[in-house]
Design a protein around this ligand. Structure first.
Ligand code: SF4
Length: 468
């Protein structure tokens, strides 16, 4: 990954599934490709053939690097689940690339997970004491072991219900057996999971943008605390928990999800544009042009421009073809001005008072570099407006937001951050504006407020204390 403009904010994963549609592997390939922004370190697909046998291809790298015509041919069947991974919990390595595949004398099953289990240490200890042997260091495997323990003695839905009730944290799980896909979402509603219909079958995805690509129609979201079972007879809904909240991760709206995705009824681009409008209402500034940091801040910049009547300009251009394997410029070349990922357009910026809209400040290093870029090409003033509140706490729900140590706003007030990044003025959006833009009254805002929706458990609480 190009580190020059890496803001230190990463989603961990995306999941995708197909039930009852020919060439499920091809649809899963395209689905995963449109979820690639959620994880670039590894990917995999498992299919079930008409004899109930499971087939898997997985590897480290992008969807286009791991899959090809040859290996996709080894994935027959009308059912599939797939996964894209960004590795933090459990680290990298092929053994942690999902879907996981488990063999059991009552039938194999595959599992894919987006999110993070906060009581993973406790559960892993419990399972190892009972004789479970883990194949990976990923916490996603815990659910599989909880399921395996009782797979023989009880109905599958009962086993999955009991297992999910032992798990605390953020998750969207897809579990595939030879004839069913179980779609499970955490009771807090932290991670998204949506169902679509296609050619008489079903598709499931972390984001609805994947439906558009394959021509599927959105049907509904999996609800918090719900298991939707897909089989030959259609969809069946079960509640694994009666405790239900809709605390969707606010960063899904602000940064992670693609603008063409809808999250629980609100389009991501529309949310961002509205947050840009509210940002102007909360923090107006007199300037000549509005510039958004590509790509995730462009919608908010449009909103800010629309209400302020300050023209929106493409003052920063992203080179989309800087891949993970691109040879990075040496320090010497960098100092000479070789910048690979973002360029400021001098003919647009020179002599102007700029409002720079960005969606977040994590460590502050990215903002500092972008402001320096704009000043280098002659910006007269740079006023930074952030379309989210100050990020003061780490995330424990599957988003790598850095530690307390690294979060600039955990240690500095707005004026101090302004000085460090070198802006003429700086303002952040309020939490109230986020609710308004998302048109909802529940969200997870823990990385801004420190109010975590779940209990955090021993290991995380200890890490918290150590870092503070
Ligand atoms: S803590 Fe922040 S990044 Fe993590 S789930 Fe909550 S809102 Fe999302």
């Amino acid at each position: 990954m190009n580190q020059e403009f890496d803001r230190g904010l990463h989603e961990e994963c995306g999941v995708f599934g197909v039930f009852g549609v020919n060439d499920a592997k091809d649809l899963t390939y395209y689905g995963l490709h449109s979820l690639q922004h959620r994880g670039q370190e590894g990917t995999g697909i498992v299919t079930v053939d008409d004899k109930g046998k499971m087939h898997r291809v997985k590897g480290l790298g992008l969807v286009t690097e791991v899959f090809n015509n040859e290996n996709l041919k080894t994935l027959p069947g009308k059912m599939a689940i797939g996964h894209v991974r960004y590795a933090t919990a459990g680290g990298g390595g092929i053994e942690n690339v999902q879907p996981f595949l488990f063999h059991h004398n009552t039938g194999d099953f595959a599992l894919a997970h987006n999110g993070n289990i906060v009581n993973s240490n406790e559960l892993r200890q419990f399972l190892e004491n009972q004789g479970s042997i883990f194949q990976s260091t990923s916490d996603s495997e815990i659910l599989a072991h909880l399921i395996k323990k009782d797979w023989l003695n009880q109905s599958r839905i009962q086993v999955i219900t009991e297992a999910l009730n032992k798990i605390e944290g953020a998750f969207a799980f897809l579990i595939m057996t030879y004839n069913r896909i179980y779609c499970c979402r955490d009771k807090y509603g932290l991670r998204p999971l949506s169902i679509g219909v296609l050619n008489g079958g079903y598709v499931v995805s972390s984001e609805t943008c994947a439906f558009e690509v394959i021509g599927a129609k959105f049907l509904r979201d999996v609800k918090p605390g719900e298991i939707v079972v897909i089989d030959e007879d259609g969809l069946h809904s079960y509640d694994y928990s009666h405790y239900k909240h809709h605390k969707m991760c606010a960063m899904e709206y602000i940064y992670f999800s693609r603008p063409d995705s809808d999250i629980e009824g609100t389009n991501v681009h529309a949310f961002r544009k509205e947050s840009g409008k509210l940002l102007y209402e909360e923090a107006p500034v007199d300037a000549d042009i509005v510039i958004g940091v590509p790509d995730s801040s462009l919608s908010a910049a449009m909103g800010y421009s629309e209400v302020s009547h300050i023209p929106y300009e493409m003052g920063l251009i992203k080179n989309k073809y800087v891949g993970r394997t691109f040879i990075q410029p040496s320090q010497e070349l960098r100092e000479k001005g070789v910048r690979m990922k973002l360029s400021a357009v001098s003919s647009i910026v020179r002599g102007k008072r700029v409002v720079l809209i960005d969606d977040s400040i994590v460590r502050g290093t990215t903002s500092k570099r972008i402001i320096a870029l704009l000043r280098d090409v002659g910006a007269k003033e740079v006023h930074v407006r952030i379309s989210s509140p100050q990020m003061t706490n780490p995330c424990f729900y599957g988003v790598d937001t850095s530690t307390y140590e690294e979060l600039i706003s955990a240690h500095h007030n707005v004026e101090e951050v302004r000085k460090i990044i070198g802006a003429d003025s700086l303002a952040f959006l309020s939490t109230a504006a986020l609710y308004k833009a998302a048109k909802r009254n529940e969200l997870c805002l823990a990385c801004f407020t420190g109010k975590y929706p779940t209990q955090l458990y021993s290991s995380i609480e200890q890490a918290n204390k150590d870092e503070k």
